[in-house]
Design a protein around this ligand. Sequence first.
Ligand SMILES: [Fe+2]
Ligand SMILES: [Fe+2]
Length: 278
Amino acid sequence: MHTRTVATPIPVLIPIRRPALELSADLPRYWYGGEPFATHYLDALSSVFPDGEAFFVRSVLHYRDKIDDPELRRAIQGFAGQEGQHSHQHDRHLALLSSHGYGALARANRVADKIMRFSNRHAPRFSLASTAALEHLTALLARRILAADARFTQPMDPRMAALWRWHALEEAEHKAVAFDVLRRVAPSYLLRVLALVVNCMSLFVEILVRTGYMLWVDGELGRRQSWSDGRKFLFGSEGLLRGMGREFRAWFRRDFHPSQIDDGPLIAEWRERVAIGS
Ligand SMILES: [Fe+2]
Ligand SMILES: [Fe+2]
């Protein structure tokens, strides 16, 4: 655990990469080590990114003109560019999922997109706070994936491993941007706490429902083994969500800032590894 009490500045450089990722139709249905639950849990997460991250970008850009700090304005630019690329690449994965018979994911996204656009128009402060809160979650997940690469990305088909490693690196790079905009334009502690609680609960349910839907399409929904594998994948001794509690709860400290959790060494290591595709 690398927790600091002194905030380090946001990285000046948030590069916009355009990786040539191979996401072809012959990707195995269970691309995560042959495991239905783990694969579909990550499929579910991937399927919400195209519209979800477009929402993040709209939420932050809404306040761009209120930001005078040139460094933060540059960071916003990098953030928007990176999230735009994530939306694009995960949209390609979503198209693949539709072609594999999970068409309801894209249909659900169209409904969610309408709700998020409504939120952007009528609740821009809450939209921004939701973005910052969800960026807290994605940064924790990213850190988990990058720090335990052997556990999380090595069981993946190499094409998917490249997608997740690249995305995780960039989530770590831009993790403070939405938060920094939020604390300038809407620094309410209550808003920040409410946004995390509401979004966390709804995202957890959304991902579980999407995972259940894909298992149902496969005829795996009622299979005990899938669910016990799933419990292990999420909450087992090396589970994806295991051991995140302390960093997750840091959000509730009044003086919290994302850079208090130091991802510098991980970012440095993965910038090189992503660049050479290792
Ligand atoms: Fe992203
Ligand atoms: Fe992000």
